[in-house]
Design a protein around this ligand. Structure first.
Ligand code: SF4
Ligand code: SF4
Length: 167
């Protein structure tokens, strides 16, 4: 169930990123950001400590902050984007100059292709920019996976009487 929930979160996020691990070392959002506009940075879990430390970096208007009781907050913004996504699509808490990465694991891993929903439409894990046809094909595939995952989650919620089993 945890994996399923994580898949759904990732799907909703559509979201963010690859930037710091192993084979994705050549991955560079900077080469795509003017076109992708940070499409990966939808709502995502934010570690509670990070949220507390970065209140001055919050972008736009926050409608709600939901504590999941597991060390993360889920921040609902008026734009539907992550609270740390700038209007240009950049992550304002992205670590600079060797500073520690305070983002959620899903943000750190995005783009490493270890799961379909951790795959960036704009470039592969090696930093190769995808041509338009490939990007579109991949987008369709990701939407299908997301819809399938959401359907499974709805089924599980229905079978559990409306209460999501977390274990
Ligand atoms: S290149 Fe991909 S991972 Fe980077 S900001 Fe754009 S959509 Fe997100
Ligand atoms: S914390 Fe940064 S990388 Fe993660 S979703 Fe928000 S803006 Fe994107």
């Amino acid at each position: 169930m945890h994996e399923l929930i994580e898949q759904v979160k990732l799907g909703e996020l559509g979201r963010d990123f690859l930037r710091s691990q192993g084979p994705k070392s050549a991955f560079d959002c900077g080469q795509c950001i003017s076109r992708c506009k940070g499409e990966c940075c939808g709502p995502c879990p934010i570690p509670k400590d990070t949220w507390a430390r970065h209140q001055g970096d919050v972008q736009g208007e926050v409608k709600d902050v939901i504590d999941d009781g597991a060390g993360f907050v889920h921040v609902v913004t008026t734009t539907g984007n992550c609270a740390f996504k700038s209007p240009e699509g950049r992550c304002v808490i992205y670590p600079q100059d060797g500073a520690p990465d305070e983002r959620a694991d899903v943000c750190r891993r995005f783009g490493d292709e270890s799961h379909p929903m951790l795959t960036c439409r704009w470039q592969d894990k090696h930093g190769r920019v995808r041509p338009r046809d490939e990007r579109r094909r991949l987008g369709r595939k990701l939407v299908k996976i997301q819809n399938r995952t959401l359907a499974r989650l709805r089924e599980e919620v229905a079978h559990s009487g409306g209460i999501l089993p977390l274990d």
